[in-house]
Design a protein around this ligand. Structure first.
Ligand code: CP3
Length: 450
């Protein structure tokens, strides 16, 4: 790789920057320089990580864990007293950032993931930009199965697609045991670079067995999960065998990330909301529980997230999570009531809100903080991932606002209040000149992509 001119660590592109040293300091204090992407060509220099002939320096995970044990993110995950509401964003790296697009202009997605210096750089980009309290490893939920040679490609604008879907018991033969350090050493080397450089905790992640199964069985993204459900309901034995193998892959991947120094893990069961609680409990929960249980000895916080999972929150906690992510459709206070005491909660600003006016963004951030009730075990996040057309400046503003107005002692800052529908909706007789106007301010209405 080091002989590949494309991998030269100093590249001139339409944006960014830097080397390392990332965390909760203001951007000016960082070793790198964040440039205005609109201002033209800026020197992009990837950090030069400390490496040996064997690859990056491997940190002692115990020392890394000790470094972050008192961070607001880790303490919130554990429900321990701390001062600032921690905030990070799912899909914080990626297409909303010009500096990410600059790298993607020269490298396809897989190349970025498989090149530790690049993957580390794009993991650091949003931390520098937004000042988030945690970084999330840049990779994908299908990276392990892709690395095992299952013929998975990530198609831009589509998502993961699979050459030959897995639908029969014979197909399971292709799902052998996953060996992270042999099959996907680049992921672990990325973790090593990051834990050496980050001032905030690194979140490792993996796809939950159900969500990964949905891609492998459908052959790509799906709206109805017809084939997945046909297998689940039609051949329960094969289904459980498939889930068992995928749980093994997920587990191996997460354990390896933590053993290299990731401070927490998030299990993405993004599409679990396609199931009712009974089917979730029967067909999915035992496998996700196994993942959580077999991570327990590592002692890092375990976060469990899915979309459209308002009815599943209790079960997702019961699967063994320390923190449950609440997607944006469920009011956070309602979600909180469905999660048992002793388990933390994460969320849940609607990502599309960040495409609207700043006034409305602020009101909605305060709404989330109010519904979180100043609880010590709240981790602020979006209720799903950052949307590509999001203006990064809005996310920076969200982080600042959460840090400024979030409370962790059960009180609310002045002005932090839940929105009430009767206040927010335009009255039918209000003089709005029509019914198509947004119910808030007259800020810009950016195009919604995707
Ligand atoms: O910043 C981060 O959150 C870390 C990196 C990350 C990516 N994918 C990078 C990525 C994480 C945590 C994921 C998880 C992931 N991948 C999930 C679970 C989260 C969720 O959204 O519910 C899912 C379902 C996937 C599968 C996947 N991979 C999809 C749906 C897509 C988008 C396809 C598209 O172009 O619309 C991908 C590709 C992908 N993964 C991108 C990124 C930044 C976009 C790649 C690009 O075009 O540059």
């Amino acid at each position: 790789m080091r002989n590949d001119p494309k991998m030269d660590p100093v590249v001139d592109r339409g944006a960014i920057v830097s080397s390392a040293g990332c965390g909760r300091r203001p951007p000016t204090a960082l070793r790198g320089t964040v440039a205005d992407p609109a201002a033209g060509t800026v020197r992009l220099s990837l950090h030069r990580s400390r490496t040996t002939d064997q690859g990056p320096v491997v940190a002692d995970p115990a020392a890394v864990h000790a470094r972050h044990v008192d961070s607001p993110f880790i303490r919130a995950c554990r429900g321990l007293p701390h001062d600032t509401v921690p905030v990070w964003f799912m899909r914080q790296a990626g297409r909303a950032l010009a500096e990410y697009r600059a790298i993607r202009a020269d490298h396809d997605f897989e190349q970025v993931v498989q090149t530790p210096e690049l993957a580390a750089e794009v993991t650091l980009q949003p931390v520098r930009r937004y000042g988030t309290d945690a970084a999330i490893l840049f990779s994908d939920i299908v990276t392990p199965v892709q690395a095992m040679g299952l013929g998975v490609t990530i198609k831009p604008g589509v998502g993961p697609v699979v050459d030959e879907p897995i639908r029969t018991i014979a197909d399971l033969e292709r799902l052998r045991r996953f060996e992270p350090d042999v099959d996907a050493p680049f992921v672990l080397d990325t973790v090593s670079i990051l834990v050496d450089e980050l001032d905030v905790p690194l979140i490792g992640f993996a796809g939950a067995p159900f969500t990964v199964a949905s891609y492998l069985v459908e052959g790509g993204p799906s709206r109805s999960y017809t084939r997945t459900k046909a297998l689940m309901f039609g051949d329960e034995l094969t289904w459980h065998r498939l889930m068992d193998r995928l749980a093994g892959i997920t587990l191996a991947s997460l354990r390896a990330q933590v053993e290299r120094g990731a401070s927490a893990v998030q299990l993405f069961d993004s599409w679990a909301g396609a199931l009712n609680p009974y089917d979730y409990q029967r067909f999915v929960e035992p496998h996700s529980r196994r993942v959580f249980e077999e991570l327990a000895d590592l002692g890092v916080p375990r976060i469990h997230f899915g979309v459209n999972t308002g009815e599943l929150l209790g079960r997702m906690a019961a699967a063994g999570a320390d923190v449950v992510g609440v997607d944006w459709r469920t009011p956070l206070d309602v979600g909180r009531e469905r999660i048992p005491e002793g388990v933390g909660f994460q969320g849940n600003l609607e990502p599309a809100v960040c495409l609207g006016s700043l006034d409305h963004v602020e009101a909605r951030v305060r709404d989330v903080l109010a519904r979180a009730g100043g609880r010590v075990d709240h981790v602020f996040n979006l209720g799903h991932g950052v949307l590509p057309p999001t203006d990064p400046a809005v996310l920076t503003h969200v982080v600042e606002l959460v840090h400024r107005e979030g409370r962790t002692d059960g009180t609310l800052a002045p002005g932090v209040a839940p929105l009430r529908p009767e206040v927010e909706s335009p009255r039918p007789d209000a003089d709005t000149g029509g019914t198509d106007e947004p119910p808030h301010g007259d800020g810009p209405r950016p195009a919604v992509g995707r």
